[in-house]
Design a protein around this ligand. Structure first.
Ligand code: SF4
Ligand code: SF4
Length: 107
């Protein structure tokens, strides 16, 4: 009789780093994360805000959290073999600024 194969342990594919001292605790990122890897910490940062912390074990590097963070304090890395590759758009602050700027209404 053949032995039942043990299920492969899923390896994390993403890694998120948060500049916690710049986080405002708005929780847009926690709402955006479908893997529920981001939670608000009980602790507060130097600005007096509860900041977000991450459980990187479930992160799949989808980038959604970084794209909704109004302060661009989240950096997402894709793990490839033994190295991590930054996949956060280098112009993310400009993209966020442009998205937040109202478009002129044609007259
Ligand atoms: S990259 Fe995606 S899965 Fe990872 S923490 Fe951000 S939203 Fe969640
Ligand atoms: S979206 Fe940005 S500022 Fe808001 S809680 Fe998440 S990391 Fe902090």
């Amino acid at each position: 009789m053949e032995a039942t194969p043990t299920p492969a342990v899923r390896k994390p594919r993403g890694r998120v780093e948060i500049d916690i001292q710049k986080c405002k605790g708005c929780e847009l990122c926690t709402d955006a994360c479908k893997k529920e890897t981001l939670v608000l910490s009980d602790a507060i940062n130097i600005k007096g805000y509860h900041y977000v912390i991450v459980n990187n074990d479930a992160c799949n590097a989808c980038l959604d959290c970084a794209l909704v963070c109004p302060d661009a304090v989240i950096t997402v890395y894709k793990l490839q073999k033994s190295k991590k590759v930054n996949i956060t758009p280098p112009d993310i602050k400009e993209q966020l600024r442009a998205a937040a700027t109202p478009k002129p209404v044609p007259v």
